[in-house]
Design a protein around this ligand. Structure first.
Ligand code: UFG
Length: 320
């Protein structure tokens, strides 16, 4: 069985669905702080917080777990700047709990969801895995601390890991049964779509004085189902008893203004904007070099059209 943490969340629910479609049995953990139980449509659900080592141990005792895909985390850059300790505790300390329990039960295969935030302000784009790691915010720092821990842990042991550094994950499953829901939405695409759906009046552009062609930040948006498919490849890779780290992005960047324009085209709605201050902790440009995942895992982003991503997200949000 595959244990997936954070499987009631946005990315976790898509990973869980794909695992199920590929014949894996899953046991899914979530504390439901940010996740939604109705997003867990496959596998065996256990409401569990990773600080609850007792319950965690019970899960490992009860089920025959071969590998763990660890997505449970807090993931707001802004919140991490306000409450750094909360991020170190949830993202680092609780991951350590999970790793300790895995060790106790001799489970040695681990897939970790990391982030492009570990790179900080890039020295070059597209960013390859060899780029220096210099996070600009506690969220990225907390993820980097786990990466370092994994690397230490795998030395001279039969513990192996795959780290995926996600760039900006977007879109929703094509039949709209799962998608992105956050109580307080901070991500650009769903926030713009909220304007199109009349749920808010305008979108704030956080800074238009960045050193980019139109002055707004550039990000590499990747479809959530492409992220999910990488996890399947990751499980296969772990069969070789090796560890490695891979970027997941499409290799192209879109500015905030370009995303807003694309949302207008997809939804056929005018989106009013207002320019506000830069958001603390935001690098100007993040574009992914995805060649390593392509060459080593034979993984490719298939849904790499930004309109497809926006359209699938729009179809999901319209149904809510
Ligand atoms: N933005 C706005 N207005 C908004 C929301 C966002 O202008 O209302 C801008 C941001 O400043 C940023 C871009 O849109 O330049 C994308 O912002 P998101 O909040 O959608 O995503 P982030 O780039 O901050 O972060 C996301 C994930 C992180 C991950 C990071 C890596 O949330 O987990 O991508 O690229 F680390």
């Amino acid at each position: 069985m595959i244990l997936i943490t954070g499987a009631a969340g946005y990315i976790g629910s898509h990973v869980n669905k794909l695992m199920h479609e590929n014949g894996y049995q899953t046991i899914v953990l979530d504390n439901l702080h940010n996740g939604h139980e109705e997003m867990v449509k496959w596998g065996k659900f256990v409401k569990c917080d990773l600080k609850d080592v007792k319950l965690l141990s019970h899960v490992f005792e009860k089920y025959d777990i071969e590998a763990v895909i660890h997505l449970a985390a807090l993931a707001s850059v802004k919140e991490s700047v306000e409450f750094p300790q909360k991020y170190y505790k949830n993202n680092f300390q609780y991951t350590k709990n999970l790793l300790n329990v895995m060790e106790k039960f001799k489970v040695g295969k681990f897939i970790f969801s990391s982030t492009a935030s570990v790179y900080g302000e890039p020295n070059f784009v597209p960013i390859s895995e060899e780029h220096q790691l210099k996070p600009m915010n506690p969220y990225g720092e907390s993820k980097l601390m786990v990466e370092n821990l994994l690397s230490e842990k795998s030395k001279n042991s039969d513990f192996n890991y795959v780290i995926f550094r996600y760039f900006n994950v977007a879109g929703a499953d094509s039949n709209s049964e799962i998608g992105e829901i956050h109580e307080i939405e901070t991500h650009l695409i769903p926030k713009v779509l909220d304007v199109a759906l009349g749920k808010s009046k305008r979108i704030a552009i956080f800074g238009d004085d960045y050193p980019t062609p139109d002055g707004t930040c550039i990000r590499d948006y990747i479809h959530v189902n492409d992220v999910a498919s990488a996890h399947l490849k990751g499980l296969n890779f772990l069969e070789n008893d090796k560890s490695d780290v891979f970027n997941l992005g499409i290799g192209r960047g879109f500015s905030v203004k370009e995303i807003i324009k694309s949302c207008e085209e997809v939804t056929n709605c005018y989106i009013p904007t207002v320019v506000e201050e830069r958001r603390e902790g935001d690098p100007a440009i993040l574009i992914c070099d995805n060649q390593k995942a392509y060459k080593t895992l034979k993984w490719k982003a298939e849904l790499n059209n930004v309109y497809t991503m926006i359209e699938s997200a729009y179809n999901f949000h319209r149904k809510l």
